[in-house]
Design a protein around this ligand. Structure first.
Ligand SMILES: Cc1cc2nc3c(=O)[nH]c(=O)nc-3n(C[C@H](O)[C@H](O)[C@H](O)COP(=O)(O)O)c2cc1C
Length: 310
């Protein structure tokens, strides 16, 4: 079974990688299994300065997923380059840097610094949990275009734009990123949500709202990838609620060329390795002889999905 996939900047031995923010910089997970098993790794967000993130509590469980408002806690781009990336380089896998900022200049500075040290950039214009920056860039196609174009210009490596699902027109956002020179898309980030504690009558999360991830968001992500696949020519890294090899196949059929696994790592630290091991048998069970064959396999018939255009 051939499970390899070649995407801009990423020669993946299999299509499975951990999602940003759910695997830190790999050190903890390396105690459980050999990271070289992974298709690639996407690091926690890198910002210009060190960030301590939002106040606590910043994580809450929900019936079929979790809410988080970490607020892009990370040691800053310089420390990531000197203290984190060298460790990941011990393993045979492409490294993707998740780049965040609150102004175009910040995004550009971080991307320029980190691009010589990694294989691709995932441009995070979709974090719902930071006061300034994240949300506007991910919901306004003109701003998304501007930041993508400027980051692409200073990066000598492919840029994958990570889209926010908190929009009415996901296709418009995807096209904006493609037109600005993105090599690929990464989708989706979390959906803004809230839980309320009946005792205190206040939101459970100190930030008020948080990003919903996990099983609950999978159908939304599948729908968005299905829509976007029909509109763009660049590859998609799909994510949102993946917990099994069957889920991976569903993403491939919707149009993802590779996938990332987020919240499931918190329930089962072996999840990426287990899914990679199970994937060949699942593909074979449904009649596929390679991963490539399955990509976009649900598009033999055009499914009309409503799109709201402003
Ligand atoms: C605790 C936590 C931290 C996250 N941090 C980041 C981040 O730093 N950058 C980013 O682009 N996405 C971040 N995400 C979003 C995930 O990468 C992913 O897009 C999302 O959780 C959907 O996948 P899942 O349902 O498999 O978790 C974070 C998600 C969680 C749960």
């Amino acid at each position: 079974m051939n499970v390899s996939v070649n995407l801009p900047g990423l020669n993946l031995k299999n299509p499975v990688m951990p999602a940003s923010g759910c695997f830190a910089f790999g050190k903890e997970f390396a105690q459980f299994y050999d990271l070289s098993n992974l298709g690639a790794v996407i690091m926690k967000a890198a910002t210009k300065e060190r960030r301590f993130g939002n106040g606590t509590p910043r994580v809450a469980e929900t019936a079929s997923g979790m809410l988080n408002a970490i607020g892009l806690q990370n040691p800053g781009v310089e420390s990531i380059i000197t203290d984190e990336i060298p460790f990941l380089k011990n393993y045979h896998l492409p490294i993707i840097a998740n780049v965040a900022g609150s102004t175009v200049e910040e995004y550009v500075e971080v991307a320029e610094k980190i691009s010589p040290h990694v294989d691709a950039i995932e441009l995070n214009i979709s974090c719902p949990n930071v006061k300034e920056g994240g949300v506007q860039f991910g919901t306004d196609p003109a701003l998304a275009k501007e930041v993508t174009r400027d980051v692409v210009e200073v990066s000598n490596i492919p840029v994958y734009v990570k889209l926010s699902p908190n929009v009415t027109d996901i296709v418009g956002m995807a096209l904006a990123a493609e037109e600005a020179g993105a090599s690929g898309l990464s989708m989706i980030n979390t959906l803004t949500g809230m839980r309320i504690d009946p005792k205190t009558r206040k939101p459970v999360i100190a930030n008020g709202t948080g990003g919903l991830s996990g099983a609950a968001i999978k159908p939304i992500s599948i729908r968005m990838i299905h829509q976007v696949y029909q509109a763009v020519t660049i590859p998609i890294i799909g994510m949102g609620g993946i917990e099994s090899a069957e889920d991976v196949l569903e993403y491939l059929l919707a149009g993802a060329s590779a996938v990332a696994i987020g919240s499931a790592n918190f329930k089962n630290p072996f999840i990426c390795k287990e899914i990679i091991e199970e994937l060949p048998a699942v593909l074979a069970r449904y009649g596929f002889s390679s991963v490539k064959e399955a990509i976009g396999g649900a598009h033999h018939e055009k499914v009309e999905t409503p799109v709201l255009r402003s």
